[in-house]
Ligand binder design. Structure first.
Ligand SMILES: CC(C)(COP(=O)(O)OP(=O)(O)OC[C@H]1O[C@@H](n2cnc3c(N)ncnc32)[C@H](O)[C@@H]1OP(=O)(O)O)[C@@H](O)C(=O)NCCC(=O)NCCS
Length: 255
């Protein structure tokens, strides 16, 4: 049985200070570590979130939603000082969740989950987008790239032997997803009209080249994240002067 609450665990994880302008904090957790605490997390959800949870057909998907939404509420509360269950969310036209009232100091966030991994990105001043993907080795990477990538990205993937395509494919995929999630329009952004390219800022940074100037609301940059082995992840935000801090939350077995 858990002996400490999620509030205590998160309070003792990560940076003691708040968010500085230009700082993106990314929290990473394993959803399975929340399983013993699901009732505690479910109590934090709003009525519409409980209704959504009840509509999931499979227990696994419901538990993942409850865990990630409950953890999101706790993390938002950690930044704003509000009570997690009283936080009010609103949704953009394409479903991006945001704080209904971000107060005097703004708080932007985004969430991604895949397999057992969940990532949360926060910024006080930048619209962030984050993506994590469980990497498969056996997918039809060329076929998927044909439907979702720019011509330059597709060419780079198919130039590799099929058994070496996975890593580059997931790099492009997570970077592109992070971009469309930072923008907030999700899949309404034409995926083939922008390309992820290398950056002079460093090996883990990527630039975003667009076919037209209006593909995104603002010029984006992407940072590839080191994440759980077997997963790929990236975070995107506007401008070129932001940095990333990553927090791994490890829940002890006895907690
Ligand atoms: C939101 C979207 C962009 C990404 O979804 P996804 O990769 O399946 O799932 P993720 O776990 O990364 O993100 C889901 C979370 O993003 C957030 N989200 C939802 N809509 C969003 C939007 N328009 N913009 C940003 N974030 C959004 C939500 O918090 C959501 O979590 P929730 O369902 O628990 O509330 C969605 O439009 C989608 O369906 N993508 C399909 C994948 C695809 O074909 N990608 C091509 C990549 S090249």
């Amino acid at each position: 049985m858990p002996t400490s609450s999620w509030q205590e665990l998160l309070a003792n994880s990560g940076p003691a200070s708040g968010l500085l302008p230009g700082q993106v904090q990314v929290w990473q957790m394993c959803v399975s570590s929340a399983h013993a605490r699901l009732p505690e997390l479910k109590r934090l959800l709003a009525t519409d979130e409980r209704e959504r949870a009840a509509r999931f057909r499979f227990d696994r998907d419901r538990d993942c939603y409850v865990a990630t939404r409950g953890l999101l509420r706790l993390l938002v509360a950690r930044y704003t000082g509000d009570r997690a269950e009283q936080i009010q969310l609103r949704y953009g036209a394409q479903g991006k969740p945001a704080l209904a009232d971000s107060g005097i100091q703004g708080l932007h966030f985004n969430v991604s989950h895949s397999g057992d991994a969940v990532l949360f990105a926060f910024s006080s001043d930048l619209e962030v987008g984050v993506d994590v993907e469980l990497m498969r080795e056996d997918a039809d990477f060329a076929g998927l790239a044909r439907t979702s990538f720019s011509p330059a990205e597709l060419n780079a993937v198919i130039a590799l032997a099929p058994e070496h395509r996975s890593s580059l494919f997931y790099e492009y995929w997570t970077c592109k997803e992070a971009c469309i999630k930072a923008d907030g329009r999700g899949l309404s952004v034409p995926l083939e009209q922008f390309s992820i390219t290398r950056s002079r800022k460093g090996a883990r940074w990527r630039e975003v080249e667009t076919a037209k100037s209006d593909v995104f609301h603002s010029a984006l940059r992407v940072r590839i994240l080191e994440t759980i082995p077997g997963y790929a992840a990236a975070v995107a935000a506007p401008g070129d002067s932001w940095e990333v801090d990553k927090v791994d939350v490890r829940v002890p077995d006895h907690a």
